[in-house]
Design a binder for this molecule. Structure first.
Ligand SMILES: [Fe+2]
Length: 256
């Protein structure tokens, strides 16, 4: 499909309107605080230990729903400004990282720790992020806090797709799952496997087309989830895309 640069990524205007209308609360049942306890496309768990230990079974993602306190929009604006002015910059530590050319606005745990120690504001928000990074590092992963200053305009991530493997940024090793938290701004959308048809593979990313009327789910700011990726045929791929079709400010996303 030809890219329409007037729109966000690979989705045309008609698709976008349909998707806006279709983003219903695909959250299933909720507890008394309004936190989902059931998702069509994800198994809901209630602790970080369960998040890393639960098998995918018949769903492509495991999610720990959370609501975080703090001004993460403010922190995103601050960090994005500091990246822009050259005051904050991720370090390319391993030779593998240097080869891959990780963006300077992708921050490792040491960089975030140093930043938190020097920054007077946003102590609570940075502690929350560092606690998440500590958890992911304790699993042997390399957590990266990605500071996006603008909507990325990417034909692949803006259309329904399943992710390829997650690289270990220290060793280049491949993982069949990926951890993600979006602290502010719009969060990943997802659809059921039976509501999508495969269309193409671009750079090892399998892309899909939603069937007409397919319900679309969305996770929430602060949720932390683990999604299936790679070529694991025993697990249903997690079909998802980024919600970037409307104007976005800077955003903070943690991945590992
Ligand atoms: Fe993705």
């Amino acid at each position: 499909m030809a890219s329409d640069k007037g729109m966000r990524g690979g989705l045309g205007g008609g698709d976008i309107d349909q998707i806006r209308q279709r983003v219903l609360a695909d959250d299933g049942r909720k507890d008394e605080r309004g936190v989902p306890i059931d998702y069509e496309c994800a198994t809901v768990v209630s602790s970080l230990t369960e998040l890393s230990n639960t098998q995918f079974c018949d769903k492509g993602a495991i999610i720990l729903p959370r609501r975080l306190d703090g001004d993460f929009n403010g922190l995103a604006r601050r960090m994005s400004g500091d990246v822009y002015q050259g005051k904050l910059r991720g370090e390319l530590q391993s030779s593998w990282q240097r080869n891959v050319g990780i963006a300077p606005s992708w921050l490792g745990i040491e960089t975030v720790r140093k930043y938190a120690a020097q920054t007077e504001m946003f102590g609570q928000e940075l502690s929350t992020i560092l606690a998440d990074m500590d958890y992911l590092e304790s699993l042997g992963r390399t957590p990266l806090l990605k500071v996006y200053s603008y909507d990325y305009d990417d034909d692949t991530v803006d259309r329904p797709h399943a992710d390829p493997y997650t690289p270990n940024y220290e060793t280049g090793e491949h993982y069949g799952d990926r951890y993600i938290t979006v602290y502010n701004s719009k969060v990943t959308r997802h659809a059921r496997n039976e509501d999508a048809e495969p269309v193409a593979s671009l750079d090892h990313i399998r892309t899909f087309r939603l069937k007409p009327g397919a319900p679309v789910g969305t996770f929430h700011n602060g949720d932390i989830w683990r999604q299936a990726c790679g070529e694991n045929t025993k697990v249903k791929p997690f079909i998802h895309w980024s919600a970037t079709e409307m104007d976005d400010g800077p955003k903070l996303i943690l991945t590992a």
